[in-house]
Design a protein around this ligand. Sequence first.
Ligand SMILES: [Cu+2]
Length: 273
Amino acid sequence: MMSKRTSRLAAFTALPAALLTVAAVSSPAFAEDTPAYQIDLEQLNDTGSKGTALVSIRGDKLTVWIKSEGLVPGQPSAQHLHGSTDGHDFVCPDASADTNGDKILNNTEATVHYGDINIALTVSGDTDAATSGLAVDRMPVADQEGKITYKRTIPVSPDVVEKIKDLHIVQHGIDRNDNNKYDFEGAGKSELDPKLPQEATAPANCGVVKGAAVGSVPVGGIETGTGAEAGGISSGTVIGGTAAATMAAAGALLVARRRMTSGAATAKTGGAA
Ligand SMILES: [Cu+2]
């Protein structure tokens, strides 16, 4: 017991002070043994954006904390867990992923590397990739310094519980012409929808889930100090209905591309004002 508590404390000591505060406020999520994984968000598209995130799983609930900066002040940033739970090893792209050579890493180019949207990290309502992928009216808005603080706990499917380490966090929205809004002068039209500025949909940062849990491990509901230690998610209690969930996810991804366009249209109203 002592050692678990000690290691958890040590892990959090390594996190930025600001994030620590968030974790402290929400300590109930960590009051029980819960695996938590750290994500370092690193810039894409020369945004200078960076941040730290934590993801933890307790039963079928995923909690995501994000503390980031370098987003466009006053603008909504679409943010997602990207990647797949079928074992495909997606990664965060670098500048070489700009295959059309226009000096902008757009979402389509980046998706080759970080995968499709798996979960939309909205601030409220559903988190389905298909219906909320670009529901920018429900995405966090960066403050006047371009910072975003986010925390949400959401139910997830068993395959996400099992494969959380295969997913990445991506925040979108860049400002090429530094005028604190998404507009067409900065980077032209989005490849997703010509009615949208590229600045609204291009990725600003990306981070992968690091392999080792920073917190201690057994998932809530499993009263044991053994067996569940390594992955923390090996219990049969959280696995079930996998086939159905996988099929639903596959369907969602197919629809996501189409919905992204209509969803993002909402952003234009707010963003161009
Ligand atoms: Cu995304």
